[in-house]
Every structure is written in structure tokens, then in C-alpha cells.
Design a protein around this ligand. Structure first.
Ligand code: NAP
Length: 308
């Protein structure tokens, strides 16, 4: 199989932490370029931005967009206009309408668009989904609490409109819950805590209901120091099904089932290779829709200023 010739756009934290190693580790994709205003790689062609990349005579088949969500639409549109397949970091964009427009454009051009949710590719998610399809669920509770200073040092974009604030990690939890739940759910209450000097929330308390009336609650907080919490607890008639460590570990009825090393990004790129091979799209925007609802229905309270 001829590997997909891929360019990364936005060589920042996640591209360096995860994408480069994942691309190196799997077959079917080869990194041939990066486009980043302030970073480059010696091993491949480096361009200042996507316009320079697309105007060059370097042959590429696909781009992987690792920039912040604000501004991602213009980059994805430029890539699709140029006939390239596109892989989007999460969240896929800054608005619902822009990501729907990208999906429609990809469909019209017969190109692959992959709206990734890395947490969905964690080891415990698929086993939990299969198990929950067979069980009677009573309620779901999510605790997603981390230290923003540790995980997002100096990232100004994350506090700007469209950066999502605490929903930047919180959307990862929603990407798992939307995957493992056998039925859909919708938001009924949202309380958002905005630092007085920031345009995005630092904490959120959410309540959803499934179509059959079951409660799904979530607490997101960026002020947690010490041990970090990325847990989803599903109470079922037979006992609790609990995902911890961001979906990489699973406990069923009090017994540990899965403790596995992180393979999320390798799984994402394998899936992208198969999507491109079959000219298919994978664009489930439901986690972003829930976040948009949380802003739309959100009761806002102002809390202490936050400084990095
Ligand atoms: P980051 O460290 O700020 O890197 C993003 C890169 O995009 C920057 O280094 C920058 O490179 C480029 N860029 C282009 N336009 C930009 C703009 N207007 N403002 C800031 N940077 C811009 O961010 P990141 O943590 O890698 O996050 C990127 C995406 O990955 C986000 O959607 C995030 O949710 C997702 N993600 C992050 C993590 C994580 O742990 N950090 C985990 C999973 C997913 P140049 O200046 O060189 O152009």
C-alpha cells in the first residue's frame, strides 16, 4: 500500500506530544511536511503556513490540523478546496455551522474528513460500550477535574471565545459518554463559572437527561491540583461500570478489567488511513453540540480571576 503523504499544520503541544510519534509508529501514513509559523522539523519540508504549503509543488494527500479550534475552518476549507483529505484535532471547530459546512464540502468533493475524538480511542471505551448495550442503566456521573496550569500553560487561545475553557478537556468526557451510551441524551441544566478576567469558563456543572429520562450529570473543573480526575461512573442494575484515567481503565462491578498503555493517537491515525483508503468520512459532532448547548443554556457566575 502506498502511504498517505501527510502534512501537519500547527506544530504545537499536541502535535509534538502525540501526533509525530503516532504517525511514525503506524503503517499507511508518512509525514512529509509541517506548516507552522514558529516551529519546524529538520526531517521534513517545513512551511510557514498552509497557504505556502498548498502553493508549493510538494505532493501531499492529506493534512492533519493541530491548531486551536478558532481559525481551523479556514485551514480545513483551504485543504479541501485543494483536494486534500482532512483530519481535525478535537474540538473540530469553533461553531456548529462551520463544522457542518466542512462535512458537506468533504462529501461533495468525495474527500475524507475525520473529526477525531482522541478519548474515544482510549482502551476502555469500546469494551464499555459493548457491555452497556447489554445492561440496564440507572444513571451516569462524570468527574473531569484537572489542573489547567499543568496541562495548558500559557495557552491564551483556550481562554478566548471559541477556545472552550474547561470544555476543552470536558468535551473529551462527552465524546466518551456519547459513544458508550445506548441512547441519546440532551442538556437540561448548565452552570458555568467564568473567571472575572476571562472569556471562557473554568468550571461547569451540567445535567442531562436521556430520551427515556435517566440522569447524566457532569462536573468539569480546571482548578484541581494534586491527583487528577477523569472518571465516568455508570450505575447499572448489575453493578457499577467505571471508566477512569480518561477512558483507559475499566472496572466492572468492582473488578478491574483493563489497564492498558495509551494508544489513542495510533488508533486515530489507523482509522484515518482506512477512511482515506475507502474515501469515507467520520464526522460525529455530537460532543460539540452538547458543549454549544451548555453555553446556550448556561447560567453564568463570575468567580475569582485566573492568571497563569
Ligand atoms: P498549542 O500548543 O497552542 O499548539 C497549537 C499550534 O497551532 C501553535 O503552536 C501554533 O503554531 C499553531 N497556531 C496556528 N494558529 C494559532 C493561533 N491563532 N493561536 C495559537 N496557535 C496557533 O495547542 P495544543 O495544546 O497543541 O492544542 C491544539 C489542539 O489540539 C486544540 O484543539 C486542543 O484541544 C487539541 N488537543 C490538545 C491536547 C493537549 O494536551 N494540549 C490534547 C488533545 C487535543 P505556530 O505558532 O508555529 O503556527
Amino acid at each position: 500500500m502506498v502511504p498517505i503523504r501527510l502534512a501537519i499544520v500547527g506544530l504545537g503541544k499536541i502535535a509534538k506530544d502525540q501526533h509525530l510519534a503516532a504517525i511514525e509508529a503506524i503503517e499507511g501514513v508518512e509525514l512529509v511536511a509541517v506548516a507552522s509559523r514558529n516551529a519546524s522539523l529538520e526531517s521534513v519540508a517545513s512551511f510557514h503556513d498552509i497557504s505556502e504549503l498548498l502553493a508549493s509543488d510538494l505532493q501531499i494527500d492529506a493534512v492533519s490540523l493541530c491548531t486551536p479550534p478558532q481559525g481551523r475552518f479556514a485551514l480545513a476549507k483551504a485543504a479541501l478546496d485543494a483536494g486534500k483529505h482532512v483530519m481535525l484535532e478535537k474540538p473540530p471547530g469553533a461553531t456548529i455551522s462551520e463544522v457542518l459546512a466542512l462535512d458537506a464540502q468533504a462529501e461533495a468533493k468525495g474527500l475524507s474528513l475525520f473529526s477525531t475524538w482522541h478519548s474515544r480511542a482510549a482502551a476502555a471505551v469500546e469494551p464499555a460500550r459493548v457491555l452497556l448495550a447489554e445492561r440496564t442503566i440507572r444513571k451516569v456521573h462524570v468527574e473531569w477535574k484537572e489542573d489547567v496550569r499543568h496541562w495548558h500553560p500559557g495557552q491564551d487561545w483556550i481562554w478566548e471565545p471559541g477556545g472552550l475553557g474547561v470544555f476543552d478537556p470536558g468535551i473529551n468526557a462527552l465524546s466518551i459518554v456519547t459513544r458508550i451510551m445506548p441512547e441519546s441524551f440532551h442538556l437540561v441544566r448548565s452552570e458555568l463559572s467564568f473567571p472575572e478576567n476571562r472569556a471562557a469558563p473554568i468550571a461547569a456543572s451540567l445535567a442531562f437527561e436521556t430520551a427515556s429520562g435517566l440522569p447524566v450529570t457532569a462536573e468539569f473543573d480546571w482548578r484541581q491540583t494534586g491527583p487528577q480526575t477523569w472518571d465516568i461512573r455508570v450505575e447499572t442494575d448489575e453493578g457499577p461500570v467505571v471508566l477512569t484515567h480518561g477512558g483507559s481503565r475499566l472496572s466492572v462491578d468492582g473488578k478491574d478489567q483493563i489497564v492498558e498503555e495509551d494508544r489513542e493517537y495510533r488508533n486515530l491515525y489507523k482509522h484515518f488511513v482506512s477512511l482515506v483508503g475507502e474515501r469515507r468520512r467520520d464526522a460525529d459532532f455530537s460532543p460539540l453540540i452538547h458543549v454549544a448547548d451548555a453555553f446556550m443554556l448556561g447560567r453564568r457566575q463570575v468567580v475569582e480571576a485566573f492568571d497563569d
